[in-house]
Design a protein around this ligand. Sequence first.
Ligand SMILES: Nc1ncnc2c1ncn2[C@@H]1O[C@H](COP(=O)(O)OP(=O)(O)OP(=O)(O)O)[C@@H](O)[C@H]1O
Length: 416
Amino acid sequence: MGLVRHVVCAMSGGVDSCVAALILKRRGYSVTGVFMKNWDSLDEKGLCTTEKDCEDAYRVCQALDIPFHQVSYVKEYWNEVFSNLLLEYEKGGTPNPDILCNKYIKFNHFHKYAINSLGADAMATGHYARSSQEDEDVFQQTHTARPTTLFRDRFEIRRPVRLYQGADLLKDQTFFLSQISQDALRQTMFPLAGLTKEFVKKIAAEAGFYHVLKKKESMGICFIGERDFENFILEYLEPKPGNLVSIEDGTVMGTHKGWFTLTLGQRARIGGQRDAWFVVDKDINTGDVFVAPTTNHPALFCDTMQTDRFHWITVDPPPELARTQMMECHFRFIHQMPLVPCTVTLNLDGSLWITLSQPVRALTPGQFAVLYRGNECLGSGKIIQLGPTEYTLMRGREQLTAGAQHREQMTPEPAS
Ligand SMILES: Nc1ncnc2c1ncn2[C@@H]1O[C@H](COP(=O)(O)OP(=O)(O)OP(=O)(O)O)[C@@H](O)[C@H]1O
C-alpha cells in the first residue's frame, strides 16, 4: 500500500463519524462520506431512522464540502448477518449482531466498496479504537484547524497490524471489532483513537454540527428499535412453546413461546411467583428452559468455556501460545464488562479452552469471548460450549458425599 490520499469515511449521521470525517479533512486527506443502509423495515411505531440519519450525514458532508454517497447492503445484511442471527437463536444461543455487522458488512463489503469501487487508499470509521498504524503525533493535533502531515505513507509496514483500545476506555469499541480481518484493519483509520467522547462533542459543537450533537446515542440492536424483543423475534421464527422448569426440583413453573425468546441470565416472566426467577439453561431437544430462583443462583456461574476456531486479529496466534499451547490474558464477553484474568489453551483445530480466574455470571453460548493483553484486543471466538456451572459442581459433590455415607452405612462391621 502506498501513500494515503483518498479516505472513505463511513458516516452513520452520528456525532462520532461526523467528527471523524472532519478530522480527516482537517488533516488534509481527500475525504468521501458514505452512508450505509442495512435494514429497511419499520419498527412497531412505524419509525425508521435511516432516512433521517442519511440526511444528517449528507448535511455534514455538505458543510465539509466533501462528496457524499449512499450504499445499500440490505441484501448482504439479511444473508450474512440476520440469517446467521436467526440460526444461532434456533440453536439455543444468543448471537451478537454488532460484531457480525462489523465482520461481514463494514469491514468486508464496505471496505471493498471503498477501495475497489471508490478508489480510496483507506477507509475510516468513528469507532473508539486504535490500530498499531495510527500515528500518535497526528492524533494529538487533530482538533486544530491546521492540517498536519499530509499524505503520509501509513501502510508501508508489512508486520501484522494490531488492534488497540482507544484513549477513551469508557467508550472503547474494540469488543465489537474483534472479528474484523487483518486486510481490512490494514486499510482502516480510526480518527477518534486518541480522543475522548467529551472532546469529540466539543469538536462537533465548535464545527456547528448541532443537528448530530442532539441525537441520542445508538443503543442495542439497531434494527429492533424500541420493539419488545419477544414480539420482534416471533415475526421471524415459528413459535415453539415449551416449559419453564425449575432446575432445583424439576417442577414446571410456567411456559414460554420458544427458547429463542429467552437468553441465559435473563429474568423469566413467571406468573404468581413472589420472587424473581432467572433463565439458567436450555434444552432445545425437549424445548425445556430451566430457571432458578435468585439472580445470583450458582447455576448461573461458570468459569470454563470452549470457543469455535478463534479469530486472531493478527491472523496467527501469539507466538507464546503457538509454542506452549497456553497463555495468560484477559477476557470479556459483554461490551464494557470488567476484564477477567484467564488462561487459554489452544486446541489442534484452532479452538480455545478458556479458564477464568473466577466464575462469571451468565456466560452465554453464541456470544463472543473477546481476549485482551494489556490494551491490545487479540480477537475473539464464539462460545460454543460451557464447562460445569457452580451448581453442577455443588450437586456433584453432594452426590459424592451422599454416596460415600451410603457406602459407609452399608459396609458390615468387621467381625471381632
Ligand atoms: N449506517 C451507517 N453508515 C455508515 N457508517 C456507519 C453506519 N453505522 C455505523 N457506521 C460506522 O460505524 C461506526 C460505529 O458505529 P456505531 O453505531 O457502533 O457507533 P456510534 O458510536 O454510535 O457512532 P456514530 O456516533 O458515528 O453513529 C460509526 O462511527 C460509523 O463510522
